[in-house]
Design a protein around this ligand. Structure first.
Ligand code: ASP
Length: 405
């Protein structure tokens, strides 16, 4: 079967299975939770596959770079892309939440800090740094980069080792390829059990914070459908619709799992379809992005903070909104790529402007649902980055060949 056909089948199968999962969950309610083990198994295998995937693809990509100095500009432009897009996402969120004012006149003020938040209420900048340094993906990236650089320094002597690493990389991709045939079943089980668990209470909870949820979703949509495609068009020279279609298996997995880390293998697999993105770029930009580049999470944290202020009748000054802007960016970097991580790092944003942590209680019941949208945008942001950065690096290489061989 051709690779194009494989992706097409996978794309439709994942989207259809997610929709069927929603239906099944609503029809069978709590009963649907009985199949949650299938989804858990699927997720565990995906997470396990991410390890050799990062290790072998990044090591072999760096080892085969003609000029190891390319890593500098690649790292620089990647970080610049992450900061720029996350900042634009937060700005979009802040503008919308100030325009729509979903928290104004909000009646249901809960006064309890949710347990999840209570345990972490001393969350600080230090915790963010500790979280990043302990993140498995970051550790794997550092190990692979070092191994790749070492191998490239020994070019001739290391040829055999590089070949072995490349073979292992191909082998892992092949296993992933096969394994993804089970994605529709895994995704169906995850979605069905999650929506089944939420049951009818979901609509009640959603209606309480409907305007807030709508604000988050509209802002995410603007970022995903206008801002990122503009960057894709300008830097990536790519039709956003086409790229979106290529990415559908990854975006569907992100929506179903609410975890950018678990989705990473599918993201790598989908982006590998795009011939303009070399392995040296995707194997660096995607794992790092799954850990630190979270446009959707940052946007959501800013909207949530301002919503809480509005709901509690607290007037925020422009200066406080600027602080929210910066801390939301930071909090998103600190959030791990796992379900509802953003809810906890939001503590940093709230504390920075003295907003009540109890406010998180207003959002907690609906967070699992909004998490799906923001995770999808997180993964879309990483993937747009991979293509835009690849094209940018190529352009730079052509314009100043001495600097970047
Ligand atoms: N679930 C998100 C992700 O994995 C993080 C978050 O916003 O909670 O990207």
């Amino acid at each position: 079967m051709t690779s194009k056909k494989y992706h097409l089948i996978l794309m439709y199968a994942i989207v259809i299975s997610a929709l069927c999962g929603v239906l099944f969950g609503w029809l069978y309610g709590a009963q649907a939770q009985k199949i949650s083990w299938i989804g858990d198994g699927f997720l565990n295998i995906l997470k396990a596959l991410a390890i050799p995937l990062i290790l072998f693809s990044l090591t072999s990509a760096v080892a085969s770079l003609k000029d190891i100095r390319q890593i500098g500009p690649l790292g620089g432009s990647t970080l610049f892309y992450y900061f720029l897009t996350t900042a634009l996402a937060v700005l979009t969120g802040l503008i919308l939440v100030n325009l729509i004012e979903p928290g104004l006149g909000f009646a249901q003020i809960e006064n309890e800090i949710p347990d999840k938040v209570l345990q972490k209420s001393e969350f600080t900048m230090n915790d963010i740094l500790a979280g990043i340094s302990a993140n498995l993906f970051i550790i794997l990236i550092l190990i692979s980069l070092s191994a790749g650089v070492l191998l490239s320094l020994f070019q001739k002597k290391a040829v055999k080792v590089i070949k072995i690493v490349e073979t292992l990389n191909r082998l892992t991709m092949k296993i992933l390829h096969w394994f993804l045939w089970s994605a529709p079943i895994g995704i169906f089980a995850i979605v069905a059990s999650k929506f089944g668990k939420a049951g009818d209470a979901f609509w009640v909870e959603l209606s309480k914070v409907a305007l807030y949820s709508l604000t988050v979703i509209i802002a995410l949509f603007i970022h995903a459908a206008f801002t990122l495609p503009l960057i894709l068009h300008y830097y990536g020279k790519k039709n956003p619709f086409q790229y979106f279609k290529t990415l559908l298996p990854a975006l569907g997995t992100a929506f179903s799992t609410a975890s950018s880390s678990a989705t990473l293998p599918v993201t790598i697999e989908s982006v590998s379809e795009e011939e303009d993105v070399p392995k040296s770029v995707s194997s660096f930009v995607l794992p790092l992005g799954a850990t630190v580049n979270m446009d959707g999470t940052a946007l959501y944290e800013a909207v949530a903070a301002v919503f809480i202020a509005q709901a509690y009748g607290i007037d925020l000054t422009i200066f406080q909104q600027v602080i929210i802007f910066f801390t939301a960016n930071l909090a998103a970097i600190g959030a791990a790529g796992i379900p509802e991580a953003g809810l906890v790092t939001m503590i940093i944003v709230l504390k920075a402007v003295n907003l009540p942590l109890e406010g998180i209680g207003l959002l907690i019941s609906i967070d699992w649902f909004l998490d799906r949208f923001r995770t999808t945008v997180n993964v879309w942001g990483d993937s747009v980055g991979a293509l835009a950065i690849a094209k940018y690096m190529k352009k730079k290489k052509n314009t100043c060949p001495h600097e970047l061989l």
